[in-house]
Design a protein around this ligand. Sequence first.
Ligand code: MLT
Length: 302
Amino acid sequence: MTFDIKVFNNISEEGLKQFDDSLYTINQTQNPDALLLRSKKLHDMTFSEHTIAISRAGAGTNNIPVDRCTKDGIVVFNTPGANANAVKELVLANLLLSARPILKSAQWVQTITDDNVEEIVEAEKKSFVGTELEGKKLGVIGLGAIGAMVANDAYRLGMEVMGYDPYVSVDTAWNISRRVKRVTDLDELLSTSDYISLHVPLMEKTHHLISTEELKKMAPEAVLLNFSRGELVDNNAVLQALADEEIAGYITDFAEKSLLGHEKITVLPHLGASTEEAEINCARMSVRTLKNYLETGNIKRS
Ligand code: MLT
C-alpha cells in the first residue's frame, strides 16, 4: 500500500526527502491521501474522500478550514515552535531598526558624491541620532513559543518586558524569565509600553484585537509590531491613529495596499518564517508528523 501526498509549493526539499519512495508518491493522483502545504489557502477547496490528513509547515492554521476538516474526519497538523526562532530574530531586528535610523543613514551615505566624505558625514550625523532599547518598555501580547522567546531576549537586551496572555500554559510560564512581568490587565500593557508586539493566533475572538479603542490607550511614542497575522490589527484604525498622532509607528509583516507608502509604517512581505533553518525545521516536522499518522494512526507530533 502506498500513500499519495499532494504537496503545495514552498516546502523545503529537506522535508520531502523523508518520504520513502516505497511507501509514498508525490502529486501522482487527483485523490491524495494527505495534503502538505505552507501558506496556500484551502478554504475554497473540496477535499477528496481519500484525504485523511492535512499537514501545515507553519504554526498558524488559519489558511485551513479546520472546523470543516474536523467534521469530515480530516486531521490537521501544524508545526508550533519550528520557526519560532526565525520570527523572534525578525522582531528583535525590527525593534533595533525602529530605535536607530540604520537603513535611512546607510542609504544617505551611499548618496555622497563629494570626495570629502568624512567631513560631510561628521556634519550630518546629528540628524541620525536614535534611541536605545535598554530601559524601554516592551509589551508582548501572547506568550506562546514566539512571544516567550521575544520576551526573554528583549529582557536580555535590557528592556523592561511585560507579557499578557490569559491562556498561557504552565510550561510556557516557566520558560519566561522571572523578570518578565506578567500582567492580567491588557490596558496596563497598552498604556505603558513603548513597543507592543503581537504574538497571538488569528481566531474569531482575536480578529481586530487592536482597533480604535486599543490604539487610543497607547502612548503617542508607542510603536506597534505585528509579526503574527495581519487581521489581528484594524489597518484603518492604525492609519487614523497615526494621522491623529496617537501612536508613533506600525511595523507589520503583512502587506496590504492601504499601508504602503506611509512614512510611519514599515511593511514586510511575510518574512517571519523565511530563514533556511526555519523552512527546513517546519518541513521536517510537518512531514515526520504526517508520516507518523499515516503509518501508525498516531496523532502525536513528532
Ligand atoms: C506560520 O504560521 O508559522 C507562518 O505563517 C509560516 C510561514 O511563513 O509560512
